[in-house]
Structure formats: structure tokens, C-alpha cells
Design a protein around this ligand. Sequence first.
Ligand SMILES: [Zn+2]
Length: 168
Amino acid sequence: MDAQFQRAGFHEERVEECHGSILHLQCLKGCDLPPWSAAQTAVSVDVETLRAAEPLPACPRCGGLARPNILMFGDLGWDSSRANEQRERLAEWLEELGQRRARVVVLCLGAGTAIPSVRFHAERTARRLGGALIRINPRDTWVPTGQICLESGALAGLSAIEAALAQG
Ligand SMILES: [Zn+2]
């Protein structure tokens, strides 16, 4: 959602953002323009009111007001088309891994229990592919039987894995 994977160098087509992306906008009028990149859109904030200042972002097709392409709580207007395409690409890749009987490790970093959709997805994927789940989380440490949890922040956990791999 916050595009950290893309900023870290992951290719756009290798990421699933199940709750949308802060780097994309969608049309509030619903003119059917798919979500578009917000890279060229600057939104300034009025510091007195703490509200977005004019000009507000607009749909390039119909000129209607644009909004972030992010799923909010109780949000019935979120355009999930971009996320759906990402989900389909991921499903195809996971299917391919299953057909190849690839040895899979699912890393689950910092996904808490408050909104457990990412945790559940990681658990299901590891189970379905017969792979290992490594959860790295400083608080929500539960894992299914036989799986691994590193009780730490993501960077410390990943560094520990890297160090262990370097030792062979
Ligand atoms: Zn529009």
C-alpha cells in the first residue's frame, strides 16, 4: 500500500498490494478509467485547515475529483481492478511454483493480527505449496505447528537469516 517494495527495487509486476497503492489515484466519478500513477500529481495541504488545497487531483479522462487508490475501512468505492490484476499475477506464479514442486519459503514480515489478511495469506501459501513459513514479528509471534517465528523487527530478522545462510 505504501509502495515500500517498489522503492526497495522490486519490479512493479512482482508485488501484490491487496489494499491498493498510495502511488495511484482513481476517479471518484466512476468514469471507468483504471487507476493511474500519482507520480505527476502534487497535492498541497493548507496548514491552517489541514485540508488538501486547490487544485485538487483530477481524473485525466473526465476531470472529476480523484482519490487515492487505497482501500479504506468501510470503503465501497475502492477500484480494485489494479489489485485484482496483481493478485492474478501472483496466483499464476504460485500455481507455476506448485507445478514445478519448487521448494518455497514464505517470509511474513511485520504483519500483525489486527488485520490478519497478510498473515493468513502467508500461512495458506506455505501450507498449499508444502513450504516453510518464516514469520518475523516482534509481538504477534504465533505460527502454525512446524513453522518458524523470529521475534524481532524485520531488518534484524532478515539480517539474522542472511548471517545464518552465510555460515552455510
Ligand atoms: Zn474520471
